[in-house]
Design a protein around this ligand. Sequence first.
Ligand code: PLP
Length: 390
Amino acid sequence: MVKKQAHKMENVPFSSIRKVFAEVDKLKAQGKDIISLGIGEPDFHTPRHITEALAEAARRGETHYTPNKGIAQLREAIVAKIRKDAGVEYDSEEIICTVGGTEGVYVALTSFLDPGDEVLVPDPAWLNYVHVPTMNGATAVSYQLRDESNFQIDVDAMRKLITEHTTMLVLIDPSNPTGGVQSYETLERVAQLAVEHDLLVVTDEMYEQLIFSGAKHTSIASFPGMRERTIMLNGFSKSYAMTGWRLGYIAAPLELIQVMTRTHMYTVTHTASMVQWAGLVALQGSQDCVCDMVAEFERRRNFMLEAVRNMKGFKCNKPDGAFYLFPEVSGTGMTGEELTKFLLTEAGVAVVPGTAFGAYGKYHIRISFATSFERLEKAAERMKSALNKL
Ligand SMILES: Cc1ncc(COP(=O)(O)O)c(C=O)c1O
């Protein structure tokens, strides 16, 4: 008989976000006109100079294995980027190039979690941070991010969750799904807590370049005593519109990197060689493409926030980063899951139910505004008229 799934997989469900994609694809294949605000990826194509760099690298013969951590040139460019943007100094040996940010999450968590360990994870959160601990026999313990505090971490509440089993703390900043950005003061207090309790901190900074005017992102790795206990995760998917390329990176002190390199080498060997060369051009070339995309995301954020705030039964915080709104929708009389179904059938608009990001999302939905302005206008109009019929 074919072996049943491993016990550790029994509580690991299929991604609810991916379920929405599958449903949208099915409806589109039936000829239905669906506007998807579910997907967490820029609608822009990767900038031309980056795609050209990939083609050029392939022609040049960059088609062989590379070092496990990635080519030295790319790792050096990542070191320079982190120095400039986060003000934290790494050596190029302290960088691993990964297969998207997702592999970085897997490698960081798998390398340091033992069965029985507890890891503090935000709720709501991108749920890899719940399921990867489960796959390692560890437990994700949720700390709540609440609407009323604009999704800032409640450090006193977080402190109460720490037990003798807590070994790791995860931050997603800016957040998927809330778009919230932690303030300097909040991060300073979280850093003190991590030092006090000797916790390893995983900081997911995938959206760190997608920050809107008036807001500022600070890396927790830059606080005193933090560099040595922080694993910084970042990547190219969101800021350079490179989701399909699968290129991310980990920065951490050498001692931690040596452990993660082994997980990485026995999982994927390294990320595709020509993709690494294109990543180098993304970092070293003009950053105007990033600025232009961020400016457009901000224009869409402003439009969609205003539209959503005027929808019957919706309340919504203003996100300072990423490309998501996370409205509270209990005023519609529906849960987030019911509303998601309603919007799909009655408005032809796909969103993601808040429960795809944890229990706190029961009365929330996630709306991605990483789609064209015209599509957003149309989606908002359709949502409004469907809700007005309630
Ligand atoms: C917070 C966060 N971290 C990591 C990732 C993974 O990004 P990638 O597509 O590079 O694997 C995502 C993707 O949605 C994300 O939202």
